[in-house]
Design a protein around this ligand. Sequence first.
Ligand code: KE4
Length: 431
Amino acid sequence: MSRNLDQSRALQKRAEQLIPGGVNSPVRAFRAVGSDPPYLVRGLGAHVWDADGNRYIDYVGSWGPLILGHSNPGVLEAIIQAARNGTSFGASTPTEADLAALVVEALPAIEKVRFVSSGTEATMSAIRLARAATKRKFIVKFEGCYHGHSDALLVKAGSGVATLGIPGSAGVPEEFVEFTLALPYNDVEAVEAAFAKFKGQIASVIVEPVVGNMGCVPPKPGYLAALRDITKREGALLIFDEVMTGFRVAFGGASELYLIKPDLTTLGKIIGGGLPVGAYGGPAEIMDLVAPVGPVYQAGTLSGNPLAMAAGIAALGELKANRQQFYRQLDEMSGKLVAGVTATAKEAGVAMTANRVGSMFTFFFTDKQVTDWESAATCDTPKFGRFHGALLDAGVWLPPSQFEAGFLSIAHTQGNIHDTIAAAREALTLV
Ligand code: KE4
């Protein structure tokens, strides 16, 4: 049953005249799945509604922030109360340290934290800080990992191991990425080779400890520990980019789940409760290199915005108060969802594997276990696109790309899971 999308199509037509592709972030254009993007007008709990009145069970959750579901009452009330006192001051406010205290308490590797307004700002700043702290130039990232759109991190992998990255976007001169090494994920030998080749020159290794940006890809057993050992031995800083995994895969993020203490951690998404917040943090000794205390400059007009702080405090406060129950529920429900959908693929004879860590997951249209970008790239993306479109027609909203992670929230019910599995069974007969 295909949905009426007249309003959304008209809205897209207007927006395209004013905004590149009609969108303020490329993935929202649905080009990776080849369908028309519905325009959303409302979200409540596990559901969103588009401009034509179609309702969907939402597994994007604004790309991760909405672990408590849409329009969480506590978060909304906190924003409304804060807004009654003004929206921004460009001066210090009490709530910035309130949210900082919640972050520091949840992540022992962080003694001090600086708030910014996006994950991109967080990772860009963390890289600058790592270079200042080590007085080294090179950075290591991994193929398939995304850390926002700052020049040094917008890098495609050079072929082979320990080769310099090449610009992943027009407008990024080669010189801006000549100190960026892009290595295969989950490959310890590649990291050893890089440190051997660039001995004493690598400032940091930045990694998504659980990858969300090639689809969900967990670290192989021992991989993160190896990164920790190698960087410590070589005097480089290990940066856990937990913009997506922070407060998602556990209350203390991947560092709690895998018992690894990185040198720096970047955060975003959930800590803003749906409003724009990013953060980077680490030991006071390193963080005090940041202006105005130290020589590393970083600033932001709306950093620590009072509405965003209020939303983040409310969100983290509710997660903290219910952490045992919430994360157990998220894991159990996500497990049922992934097991149910992959079982329907098996019944339909469709090649599908899945990865899941807690409440982040991806269904891959391949018969291979996806452990890195090379295996992720074997996916049948047109088939994923047809699956995605059939699910939308059935009222289920998956991330509009094979190479993104889906997210479950506390608001999702057994009924939502049941309906999603039934929709997947039907969709898989159409792909
Ligand atoms: P933002 O600048 O988009 O707030 O954060 C960048 C970022 C940094 N690190 C990780 C691990 C991330 O996942 C992201 C952003 N995630 C994407 C979704 N894969 C945002 C969605 C979008 O680009 O519209």
